[in-house]
Each structure stands twice: as C-alpha cells, then as structure tokens.
Design a protein around this ligand. Structure first.
Ligand SMILES: NC(=O)c1ccc[n+]([C@@H]2O[C@H](COP(=O)([O-])OP(=O)(O)OC[C@H]3O[C@@H](n4cnc5c(N)ncnc54)[C@H](OP(=O)(O)O)[C@@H]3O)[C@@H](O)[C@H]2O)c1
Length: 322
C-alpha cells in the first residue's frame, strides 16, 4: 500500500474503501451482503487500507453501523471519514449530527468529517461554525467537503479559519473534471482530492454490456450504463485492457492507477466482493509508464457519452424496457 505524502495524524492510504454499498438496498446486493461487507473491511485492514469512507445518509445510518462494527478494536488505527448531509446545517445541528454519527461508528472522534454537498442556500460560515466547535472539543479531527467547486472549497476554508483537508468529488478516467482546477489546487496547497465513483460505478471494469447490465437502482439511473454509452465506451475499455495486460492487471486496476498517479489524489472504490477489494488495494502499487498514461488520456478523451438532459429520455426508456 502507498500513502499520501501529507502531514496528518494517521497515514492516509492511496486506496481507501467506500461503503455506500453497506446497508444500502439500492445497490441490489441482497441481504447476505452485510456479512460480506464485514469481510471486505477486515481484508482491507490486512492489506494496509487506512481510509474508510461512509456517510450518515448511506443506508440511513446502517453503513456507519456496519463499518464501525466490522472495524471493532481497529477503529482507532484507521482514518474514519463520515459525512453530514447539510439540510439545515446550523451549528447545534452540525454538532448533534456528528455525535450521532460517532455513536453509530462507535468512536469518540471522527477523523475526517465532511460536508456531503454544498447547501445552495446556507453559506459555509454557518456550517463551519459547527465544525470548528466540533474540532475544538476533539469530536472531529480534520474537516472535509464534498462535491464542492474550487471557489467554494476555498470559501469553506476561510469560514473555518483552518485547513479543509479534502474535497471528495466524482473523479474517474471518464469524469476528469477535477483535473482542471481541484487537483492543481490540492497539490499547491497540500490538500487532498478524494475520488469517489473512481471506477465509474463499475463501468470501467468492462464487465457490462447492453445484454448484461449491472444490478440495482443506483446504476439503472447512471447514464454510463445506457446501451449506447456501453457501446461508445468500447474503445476506452480496449485501451484499459491493453495496458492491463502489460501489468498482469485488470481494467479496473488500471483505471485506479490512472487516478493515483497524482500525488494529491486518493480513491475510495466500493466493492461487492472481497476479491474486488484485494484487486483495488493492489492497484496502489501499479506504476503506469508515461506512454501508457498518454494512451489512456487519448482513449478517455475519445469517449463521448450521452449524459445530462440528453440521457434522461433514454434512461426512462431503458427503465421501462422500451
Ligand atoms: N460524496 C459523494 O457524493 C459520493 C457519491 C458517490 C460515492 N461516494 C463514495 O465513493 C465510494 C465509491 O463510489 P461508488 O460506489 O459510487 O462507485 P465505484 O467505487 O466506482 O464502483 C463500485 C462498484 O464497482 C464494482 N467494482 C469494485 N471493484 C471492482 C473491481 N476490482 N473489478 C470490477 N468491478 C469492481 C462493484 O460493483 P459490481 O461488482 O456490482 O459491478 C462496486 O460496487 C462510495 O462507496 C462512497 O463511499 C461518495
């Protein structure tokens, strides 16, 4: 395992574990997944993963409970990251929600407490007042944000008056927006970009096609899994496969290695099996050559999926089977 070159109380592994899947029926993994989830956590620990990401909203608290229980006595050794959904983020509400998350996780302090998304109405001054109090009493270690643009990330830092260590954003080889401004800022300021959906929810694995779509409501709503986009992605998957062959790896591992090349990036893939977790952890040790990286960039640029409003009628048609 490799770690982030940043001064943090505990080392942060380049590959973390995302746990939205835990206790969330929308992923379609069935009831026995809860047992597997605990095995995934235990294996991740063995492989040197230190960053575990959850949120109060995942499975309405079930993800935090499953994760905390699976970590058991190892909770204090890892970097536990959770998130507040900032519906009404007044300072007392922020404090009360952090206490509830810590209780579900079974910890006295949440290592990284993130604002799940920017509130369009309430400014960060309000939210960060609560965060600062939480840091002052030791219930929260580092503060992070999620789904923030650069200007708002910096505004959040100004409001906190301290570093906002990380911004958790959608970042994968097919969603490269953060490379424009978030990555350069993170590198220059000593901050972290936490890449969520780093496998584009399994799209880059090459496992899926129009006849074999993934399970669950989450991915039925993801335009990448439209038959048209699965077809359009074939060239990128081929390139991932070619690079993977040279490393005795899988396309998913190469897609992760692409992200981890940047020193200020960590990725938090979710996993449906222990084996996936093992592969994802191993991706931290893959070094891509410059020409491989360039080939991936070219293939990624050539992938032009149907997204946004144009994808909506197609998603509705795909859902209704017409
Ligand atoms: N802050 C936010 O707003 C936000 C939003 C989304 C996610 N997140 C966080 O980011 C984490 C990861 O994102 P995500 O779960 O959306 O997407 P992801 O990590 O890109 O995709 C996870 C899925 O990919 C498949 N997979 C994982 N490892 C694989 C491997 N080695 N080979 C082949 N397939 C593999 C699995 O699905 P199958 O096996 O079923 O194909 C797995 O459930 C979440 O768990 C959550 O913690 C945060």
């Amino acid at each position: 395992m490799r770690f982030v070159p940043l001064d943090t109380p505990k080392p942060i592994s380049k590959i973390g574990l995302g746990t939205w899947q835990f206790g969330s029926r929308e992923w379609g993994y069935g009831p026995e997944y809860e047992r597997r989830a605990a095995q995934i956590v235990r294996r991740a620990l063995e492989l040197g993963v230190t960053l575990f990401d959850t949120a109060e909203v995942y499975g309405f608290g079930r993800s935090e409970r499953i994760l905390g229980a699976a970590l058991g006595d190892d909770r204090s050794k890892v970097v536990l990251a959770s998130k507040i959904l900032p519906v009404l983020p007044l300072a007392p509400v922020v404090q009360q929600r952090a206490v509830a998350s810590a209780a579900r996780l079974g910890v006295r302090s949440i290592d990284l407490y993130q604002v799940h998304q920017p509130n369009p109405v309430v400014r960060d001054r309000t939210t960060m007042r609560g965060m600062r109090l939480l840091q002052d009493v030791g219930l929260v270690g580092e503060v992070g944000v999620s789904n923030y643009g650069l200007a708002r990330w910096r505004a959040a830092e100004a409001a906190l008056g301290r570093r906002v260590l990380s911004n958790q954003v959608r970042y994968s080889i097919v969603d490269r927006g953060p490379e424009r401004d978030l990555l350069p800022y993170a590198e220059q300021a000593g901050r972290l970009v936490i890449a969520y959906s780093p496998l584009a929810q399994g799209f880059v694995s090459g496992r899926y096609d129009a006849k074999n779509p993934p399970s669950g409501a989450i991915r039925r709503a993801n335009p990448y899994f439209l038959p048209e986009n699965l077809e359009r992605g074939a060239g990128l998957i081929d390139t991932l496969r070619e690079v993977a062959a040279a490393h005795d790896a899988t396309p998913s591992q190469i897609a992760l290695a692409y992200l981890l090349r940047h020193p200020s990036v960590v990725a938090i893939p979710g996993a449906s099996t222990v084996e996936q977790m093992e592969r994802n952890a191993a991706a931290a040790d893959i070094d891509l050559a410059d020409d491989e990286y360039a080939a991936l960039v070219t293939a990624a640029r050539a992938f032009q999926p149907v997204t946004g409003l144009a994808a909506v009628p197609k998603l509705i048609r795909a859902r209704s089977g017409r």
